[in-house]
Structure formats: structure tokens, C-alpha cells
Ligand binder design. Structure first.
Ligand SMILES: NC(=O)c1ccc[n+]([C@@H]2O[C@H](COP(=O)([O-])OP(=O)(O)OC[C@H]3O[C@@H](n4cnc5c(N)ncnc54)[C@H](O)[C@@H]3O)[C@@H](O)[C@H]2O)c1
Length: 369
């Protein structure tokens, strides 16, 4: 599944899965923008739509049809919206679609960059442009979301339930290697390992030990360790002191929502679910969910999906196009064309149109210079 490095036009096949709620609105916007970027670049994007969603589940009893994962494996990448509907329990929708893709396709590294875009504002009083520029690496295959657990004596007063966290040396070591490599590629070469080894004295202690062992292979990366509770305080009080952050599946899930809010809105944050071995397609999605409260109103912020699309292009080897899309998105924020979550009045379509125009303007400028 690795991108072709040959010269000449390349074609990337994208599985497009909008899912539920605003997922359908932001993915449609993302595809529009990606088509505009591809027109300018020397590559082609082929999209295939998959209507796997809570609607499909309610009709067929399944989120993913038989053989569905093999279908997905034929693509170079997956662009995903969100899953979740008011009339389907969240654990059914999450495990039926998103986790049912991430886990078998071994997308074990979840990458969540966050920064404050030009023209937007952090809710933090003293957070200037550039003070908050982080990448959160989330272990995406096991930990607290390993799926191990059960319920006995359901509904009875002595009912018992377990939710077991799994930490395997194999998975912990590979996520640390990935995190150290990510930190090493960033200018500050600074990695913060988030843990909870004071209270969780088995899995989290091994987590710390593996971090220390892997650190020896990356002498140029400065590493520090934070308990997850203290980490929330540091993110708020000293955003500039952080750069790359690695945490377990649950811890990073929570910290990355906080990160997005500190950067201005959950509507701008992207996620990549990567199989770093490139044996399976990776999946790209905005961090946010299906947002029932604003679905169908045309006001969802598409910026998180545009940044996601940019990350997808980068993974596919289209680095220039990825940067063009990210820069154009930031231009539009800088012009004050913002949706309601960022304090503006623009609709999803207005932001989308503005980003397409900004892509074209930047491309024309670089042609004539
Ligand atoms: N990856 C996923 O598919 C994923 C992630 C999170 C939640 N969910 C699901 O989504 C459903 C709703 O969950 P939730 O309400 O906890 O989280 P959510 O992210 O959908 O919404 C949280 C709040 O943020 C706002 N918001 C989110 N995205 C926005 C955007 N692009 N533009 C403007 N505002 C935005 C919403 O309006 C809402 O007020 C649930 O079913 C949940 O399980 C799915």
C-alpha cells in the first residue's frame, strides 16, 4: 500500500466513508477540496463511497458487510467522517464500525496534531501564535480499549463487570518507537510520556520501563514523564513546554479533546489512524463525532476534515499538495471566514468554497513566481 515513488501522475484510491451526522457533511466538503487540490497536483485521486453507517446498521444489522474489510484493503487510504446515532448505543456504533476497522487493519498509531491557526484564538489567556503546537500519539490497538471484559449476573444486585486494560510489550514498544521517531523529526526533539504508574502498578509500570528502554535508542530526543492528571494542568498552564506527547489509548483520547479545545475548537482537529508498516491502508478522520446537535444544519466546521485530508495526502507521499491544502485552510481562517464554533458566522459550504479559492490563489501565485 505504499505510494508509488515513480515519476509521472500517480493515482491514489480512497475509500470514502462519511458515516453519521455531520460526518456526511464534512466528508463531502473534504472530497470537494481534495478534488480541487488534485487538479493542481500531478496526481489523481479516485474515490469510492461506502455507506457504512448507523442507518445501514439499522437496516441490515451490520455496520460492515461480509467481506467489507477485504474491500477496504484494496484502497490506499480511508477517509472517514464519524459514527454515532442517537438511537444506537455508542458502544455498538464505535465497536461496530470505527474500532472494527482500526484493530484488524493494525492501525496502531493514532496521530493527533494540534495548533492554533492564524485568525483563530485559544481560550487560554496567554497563548500566543506558535505557543501551542503539539502532536499527540495515541496507542490505538489495545490498552483500555482492548475489548477484554464482560458482565456476569446481568441486572441482578450482585452483577459484576470487568473492563480489562491490556498492555503487551510488543504493542507498547512499537508505539514508543513510533513516538520517538515522530519527536525526532520535529525541530524541538522533545517527547513527553504520559503515564499513571503511581496508581496503576502493573501495565503502567511496564509502560514506563519500555519507554525508558526505547529512549536509549534515541539519545537526541529529550524525554520527560508526566502523570496524566498533572498533564492536564501542564497543557493548560504551560502549553509552550510541550511538543510531542505519547499516551495510552484512553489517556490520549481524553487529552486530545482537551488539546483541540485549547487550540480553539474540536472542529479543527485531525486524526490519522496509521499502520506504519503500510501493509494495510491507514484511516484519516476528524477527531470530532457525529454531533447530533448541529447535524443537518450546514454549520459544521470542515477545517478538521481539511487538516485530516492534508495529513492523508502527506501519508500518500503528496507532501507539496498536503502543505498547499493546510496553508490554504489557514489563509481562510486568517481571513476570518469561520464557522460558529470558532466565533464566526460562515456555513460549511462557505468555508469550503473559500478554501478551494485559496488553494487556487496559492497555486497561481507559485506558478507565476
Ligand atoms: N470517531 C468517531 O466516530 C467519534 C468520535 C467522538 C464521538 N463519536 C460519537 O458521536 C456522537 C456524538 O458525540 P459527542 O457529542 O460526545 O461528541 P461530538 O464531537 O460529536 O460533539 C461534541 C460537541 O462539539 C461540537 N462539534 C463537534 N464537531 C464539530 C464541528 N466540526 N463543528 C462545530 N462543532 C462541532 C458539537 O456540536 C458538540 O456540541 C456519539 O454517538 C459518539 O459516540 C464518534
Amino acid at each position: 500500500m505504499s505510494p508509488s515513488l515513480d515519476a509521472g501522475p500517480r493515482t491514489h484510491s480512497i475509500a470514502c466513508m462519511p458515516g453519521d451526522g455531520i460526518g456526511t457533511e464534512v466528508v463531502a466538503a473534504g472530497v470537494e477540496v481534495l478534488k480541487a487540490v488534485a487538479k493542481i497536483g500531478s496526481f489523481k485521486l479516485e474515490f469510492k463511497d461506502y455507506d457504512w453507517s448507523s442507518e445501514t446498521y439499522k437496516k441490515t444489522g451490520k455496520y460492515i458487510p461480509d467481506g467489507g474489510l477485504d474491500e477496504l484493503r484494496k484502497h490506499d487510504a480511508i477517509l472517514f467522517g464519524a459514527v454515532g446515532a442517537p438511537d444506537v448505543p455508542d458502544h455498538i456504533s464505535l465497536w461496530g464500525l470505527r474500532l472494527a476497522i482500526c484493530q484488524p487493519l493494525q492501525q496502531y498509531a493514532n496521530v493527533r496534531p494540534t495548533k492554533v491557526f492564524r485568525g483563530t484564538q485559544s481560550p487560554l489567556r496567554n497563548c500566543a501564535d506558535g505557543d501551542l503546537d503539539w502532536v499527540i500519539i495515541r496507542e490505538n490497538s489495545e490498552g483500555e480499549y482492548a475489548g477484554q471484559g464482560g458482565r456476569s449476573h446481568k441486572g441482578l444486585p450482585w452483577e459484576t463487570s470487568t473492563e480489562v486494560s491490556i498492555f503487551s510489550r510488543h504493542a507498547v514498544e512499537r508505539i514508543f518507537r513510533f513516538a520517538f521517531e515522530t519527536a525526532q523529526k520535529r525541530p524541538r526533539k522533545l517527547l513527553t510520556v504520559v503515564t499513571k504508574s503511581n496508581a496503576q502498578r502493573s501495565g503502567m509500570v511496564m509502560w514506563d520501563e519500555v519507554a525508558a528502554a526505547v529512549a536509549k535508542d534515541f539519545p537526541d530526543v529529550t524525554v520527560d514523564k508526566m502523570l496524566v492528571d498533572a498533564m492536564t494542568v501542564r497543557m493548560v498552564n504551560k502549553p509552550k513546554s510541550l511538543d510531542t506527547i505519547v499516551a495510552t489509548n484512553l489517556h490520549a483520547d481524553i487529552l486530545s479533546d482537551l488539546a483541540a479545545a485549547l487550540a480553539g475548537s474540536i472542529g479543527i482537529a485531525p486524526t490519522s489512524n496509521l499502520d506504519p508498516t503500510r501493509q494495510n491502508p491507514s484511516m484519516f478522520e476528524p477527531i470530532h463525532g457525529s454531533a447530533f446537535d448541529i447535524a443537518g444544519k450546514g454549520i459544521a466546521n470542515p477545517v478538521g476534515t481539511f487538516w485530516t485530508a492534508s495529513e492523508m495526502l502527506k501519508w500518500l507521499g503528496e507532501e507539496d499538495a498536503a502543505q498547499l491544502l493546510l496553508d490554504a485552510t489557514e489563509d481562510v481562517c486568517g481571513q476570518g471566514i469561520l464557522t460558529g464554533d470558532l466565533g464566526g458566522k460562515a456555513t460549511t459550504q462557505e468555508v469550503t468554497n473559500a478554501v478551494i479559492k485559496a488553494v487556487q490563489t496559492r497555486a497561481n501565485k507559485s506558478k507565476s513566481s
